[in-house]
Write a protein that binds this ligand. Structure first.
Ligand SMILES: [Zn+2]
Length: 177
């Protein structure tokens, strides 16, 4: 995993870019949660499920199928009374998918099971600059400096650039309307 900070920032950036000033606190929250949620699968270690198992870490909850089902469920249940649910679904979907994409760019662990349950193959991208965040809070804090420094460069800076560009875009668009 990248850390929860990195994942939630990336997911928030997606939501803010897509919705601009129309982003509600509710969608920002559910997007950030969607970006972090896949790592809830670390609980699998408690049940003795091996890393490489389809239900193991970076397995099913990191898959494209899970992201799609989760986004559909949240859009239908949590946002059922709201307009533009299609856009909301896509924001949640991209926020969910950002998790696996970032994990596939980390320096360690096993790859991401994007195609589970159809294939249990694990994938990394050829470009893997993000320092992997260890499983467990204590181990994270031991290495927090290196991890957060790496995430600042490879997640924080790109997110800030995108947020800045989106802000200019939405400001111009609002001025035109
Ligand atoms: Zn993960």
């Amino acid at each position: 995993m990248a850390s929860a900070f990195g994942h939630s920032l990336a997911a928030y950036t997606i939501a803010k870019t897509a919705k601009g000033p129309r982003l509600t606190g509710k969608l920002a929250f559910w997007s950030a949660l969607s970006g972090v949620l896949p790592d809830a699968d670390v609980i699998s270690f408690r049940f003795g499920i091996p890393y490489g198992d389809p239900l193991g870490h970076r397995g099913l909850t990191h898959s494209l199928l899970f992201g799609a089902l989760w986004s559909l469920l949240v859009a239908r249940l949590v946002f059922r009374r709201e307009e533009r649910r299609g856009t909301t679904f896509f924001v949640l979907l991209l926020a969910s998918y950002s998790h696996g994409l970032l994990d596939a760019m980390t320096t360690g662990g096993q790859g991401v099971g994007f195609f589970i349950p159809f294939s249990n193959e694990r994938y990394f991208f050829p470009f893997r600059p993000i320092e992997v965040s260890p499983i467990g809070v204590t181990r994270f804090f031991d290495q927090a400096r290196a991890i957060l420094a790496s995430e600042c460069v490879w997640i924080g800076v790109p997110c800030l650039i995108v947020l800045f560009a989106a802000r200019i875009f939405w400001r111009r668009r609002t001025a035109r309307d």
